[in-house]
Write a protein that binds this ligand. Structure first.
Ligand SMILES: [Zn+2]
Length: 391
């Protein structure tokens, strides 16, 4: 099984007309990807063990004999019209790294697992990293089972349709205990490595980030007869939110995005009665994120819908991996990952990033050069070799 063959297996699965991918959790496309993972792992001689969150762990060596083991991998699901690399690059690279090590006769002293996390993007049921959060207990099983997609199907129903008993789903301490160290390789979702002229880098932390909802209310009125001075138009507040958040983000070294709005009644000839807007803000520090919010004080108070504190990865592990890779640059990211969920749960965790020439991600235009991807496989192979130790 060659590295390129792994990619060509995946190339057409869930491909949309846009050229991007629609690989949503617990759909038939997802089932195809999971079956591919199981078959490919089995072909490498690995034993695939699902955990109680629907994540698939393909073990090289018995996790209960000489563990805890070294976990490597990522996810195969995507955002709507996502790119080819976000997720699959980590899974493909992990499989390729194991194949190389096996091929050269390496015998690990600790077991190694390639993991395929379920439902990382949250594209269908909105909660991101659902598989890893269920595993660690950060996502309550009852809440997960009751999450609904836009057609009204619950996650529990979707899991049942995919052959998983939803009553079995939940936090899995045994599966978690088997993982002594975790490393997720991922395409970079920015241009930090382009600026550092490096193919591969090491992640040191995930920025703190939050999501807020702003309820902007006004009064519906006739667009053709209501004088401007007589209007209560919440769309103007939305405009101030969008520009204000952006300017504040610029001042505080943060990122701020208004990516979703709901306008009521939503007619071209009606002054809106109400606008609901969602703000996503992230920065290297919590204080910078809070400073952005503070500058929006003249708008209705934002309702915090989620807050994720800064997630540092294991500093000694990051430093060791960087040294092992000949001084690979160490960088932070603003994107959430399953690796962050495991780090919060106390698993010593690291990430490897592969250069993304444009920085574009969550888009059909997401790209990584083949040579950089192969450098990522080299790096991951060395990291696994180092962490699993020769016998
Ligand atoms: Zn991802």
């Amino acid at each position: 099984m060659s590295y390129d063959a792994l990619w060509s297996d995946l190339e057409d699965v869930g491909r949309a007309g846009s050229g991007g991918y629609r690989r949503f959790a617990w759909t038939s496309v997802d089932a195809t990807l999971r079956e591919w993972f199981v078959a490919t792992a089995a072909g490498l001689g690995l034993d695939v063990v699902p955990d109680r969150a629907g994540n698939l762990w393909a073990w090289w060596g018995s996790p209960d004999d000489s563990g805890p083991g070294v976990g490597v991998g990522s996810h195969l699901d995507s955002v709507p019209d996502g790119g080819a690399y976000d997720g699959p690059l980590g899974v493909v690279s992990a499989l390729a790294a194991v194949e190389r090590l096996r091929g050269r006769g390496f015998r690990p002293s600790r077991p190694v697992a390639v993991v395929c996390f379920a439902d990382e993007e949250g594209a269908r049921f909105v909660v991101a990293c659902a598989g890893s959060r269920l595993l660690t207990g950060a996502l309550d099983a009852d809440r997960a089972r009751g999450l609904r997609d836009q057609d009204g199907t619950t996650m529990g129903e979707a899991m049942a349709a995919a052959g998983i008993d939803p009553s079995w789903v939940g936090r899995d301490d045994e599966a978690l205990r088997r993982v002594g160290t975790f490393v997720e390789l991922h395409v970079e979702q920015g241009r930090g490595l382009v600026h550092r002229a490096a193919a591969v880098g090491v992640g040191s932390a995930i920025w703190p980030h939050g999501r807020w909802r702003l309820d902007l209310s006004g009064r519906a009125d006739h667009a053709g007869t209501t004088a401007l001075a007589d209007r209560a138009d919440p769309m103007l507040d939305l405009a101030r939110l969008v520009t204000g958040a952006r300017e504040a983000a610029q001042r505080h070294g943060a990122l701020a995005t208004v990516g979703k709005v709901r306008v009521e009644p939503g007619a071209v000839n009606v002054v809106p009665s109400r606008v609901t807007a969602w703000l996503d803000a992230r920065a290297p520090s919590e204080s910078a994120v809070r400073a952005v919010l503070a500058e929006l004080a003249d708008l209705p108070a934002p309702v915090e819908e989620s807050w994720t504190p800064r997630t540092p990865f294991d500093p000694a592990l990051a430093a060791g991996v960087s040294t092992l890779l000949g001084g690979a640059p160490v960088l932070e990211t603003g994107a959430g990952h399953d690796a962050g969920v495991l780090a919060v749960a106390g698993v010593p965790t690291s990430m490897l990033f592969v250069r993304n020439p444009t920085g574009v991600s969550h888009s059909p235009h997401e790209h990584a050069e083949r040579d950089d991807c192969l450098a990522g496989v080299d790096a991951l192979t060395r990291v696994v070799e180092h962490l699993a130790g020769a016998r």
